[in-house]
Design a protein around this ligand. Structure first.
Ligand code: PMP
Length: 430
């Protein structure tokens, strides 16, 4: 990719990197505003996976032959890339999983099963995705632990004073979403982690909606566990990352048993592989991991363009890229918030002071599913429903919302199209 000397990025060039954005839907150019559910993939990622299938496909870690060594090299390089992406102190702390949900279940069933006992408390917030609720409920049922819920305000902000009061020496784990997928709230996770640690509890941060939008630094956060859903960060589906502090991961029993996670096997006694392999049983999603590494490289090349001639490190390039993403998405969010707030009968869901690029709303004249269908007729992809956050809907007394979620290729014109689309819904249903 060209190294350009400019402080901003050419959005048309970025859009051209994502071939699917040229698709016509119902006769209209696609307006993709469903990034919270899954992002589109740049050609750079698609090509990396295609090249793997065509030129280096083989199983990793077990072969002495050329292809296996090539595949292993690429696989291991992607782990190091993800270490830098998260600023983990060691690549042993980067575990590949099938996704965010898989990562949380892994922690609940390994760390949770060994560290949480009857009567212990697990704190999770009202705004958690079901993926950060149900694994803890399963664990609580298994060990007799108690789930306590950190409430939120009408705007969708954590009630920090209540959180502080809920923390006690009974609290063993706090599960908190970094950026809410249903509301867009960016939670004060660093402060929440400090408070949890003071009470002696560990913290799992659900970073599914944070990783595509902001620079993550697990060391600065002091997160015990941080989970990432890669298909939302321009990488393929079926791949996720679990970060865990090394000393916690070392002490945890394995999750699934099988190939690759063992050191020796005998019928008398099996010993387990070192980190990170201890938690990666079976043949991994090799193409997915390579695609993930490519997605981070793609973001880094955008950062490199911003930095100009100076050849930055991966970390510096990511800093630059996410600096741009944050600024741009904040502008799009402000523009979109102002525009849709002007529509009569529309109520925004999630009005936290600190928000990422999510515009969720209800319309008084139409059910969200009808809104979504009419928008789709105009080529606009949004998500409707409870967004796997039924407790948020219950808290706000609504059955569902329509959610537009912004990604790095979205434009002000996309927001204009969304607003025009909502006005069309009002014409039809109002
Ligand atoms: N947490 C949040 C906040 C999410 O938005 C999602 C996906 N919608 C998940 C967890 C689940 O992620 P995955 O699809 O990787 O299992």
């Amino acid at each position: 990719m060209n190294v350009l000397t400019r402080k901003s990025l050419d959005i048309d060039a970025i859009r051209a990197d994502f071939p699917i954005l040229q698709t016509l839907v119902n006769g209209h150019q696609l307006v993709y505003l469903d990034n919270g559910a899954s992002s589109q993939k740049p050609l750079y990622v698609i090509d990396a996976m295609d090249t793997y299938w065509k030129q280096t496909n083989a199983n990793v870690h077990r072969g002495v032959h050329h292809l296996s060594q090539k595949a292993t090299q690429q696989f291991d390089a992607a782990r190091e890339t993800m270490r830098v992406f998260l600023n983990a102190s060691s690549s042993k702390e980067v575990i590949f999983t099938a996704g965010c949900t898989a990562s949380i279940n892994l922690v609940a069933q390994t760390w949770g099963r060994t560290n949480i006992q009857a009567g212990d408390e697990i704190l999770i917030s009202t705004m958690e995705h079901h993926s950060n609720i149900v694994p803890w409920q399963l664990l609580a049922d298994q060990v007799g632990a108690v789930i306590k819920v950190i409430p939120m305000t009408d705007a969708g902000e954590i009630e920090l004073d209540v959180y502080e009061k809920l923390l006690s020496d009974k609290t063993k784990l706090v599960g908190i979403v970094h950026v809410s997928n249903s509301l867009g709230t960016i939670n004060p996770v660093k402060e929440m982690i400090q408070l949890a640690h003071k009470a002696g509890a560990k913290v799992l941060v659900d970073g599914a909606q944070a990783a595509p939008h902001m620079r993550i630094d697990v060391q600065a956060l002091d997160a015990d566990f941080y989970v990432v859903s890669c298909h939302k960060m321009y990488a393929p589906t079926g791949i996720g990352v679990l970060y865990g502090k090394q000393q916690l991961l070392e002490a945890m029993p394995p999750y699934q048993g099988g190939g690759d996670m063992i050191y020796t096997v005998s019928f008398e006694k099996t010993t387990y592989a070192e980190l990170p392999y201890k938690f990666e049983a079976g043949t991994p999603n090799i193409a997915g991991v390579i695609g993930l590494g490519a997605s981070v490289e793609y973001l880094a090349t955008l950062g490199q363009q911003l930095l100009g001639d100076s050849e930055g490190s991966l970390s510096q390039n990511l800093d630059a890229c996410f600096g741009w993403i944050e600024e741009r998405e904040a502008e799009l969010l402000a523009y979109g918030t102002a525009a849709i707030s002007d529509i009569s009968g529309l109520k925004l869901t999630g009005t936290a002071a600190h928000k990422a690029g999510i515009l969720a709303f209800t319309l008084d004249c139409a059910h969200p599913h009808d809104v979504g269908t009419v928008l789709d007729n105009q080529g606009i992809a949004v998500r409707t429903g409870h967004h796997c956050c039924m407790p948020v809907m219950t808290r706000l007394g609504i059955p569902a919302t329509t959610r537009a979620s912004i990604g790095l290729y979205n434009t002000f014109e996309d927001i204009d199209d969304l607003v025009a689309g909502i006005k069309r819904v009002k014409e039809l249903f109002g």
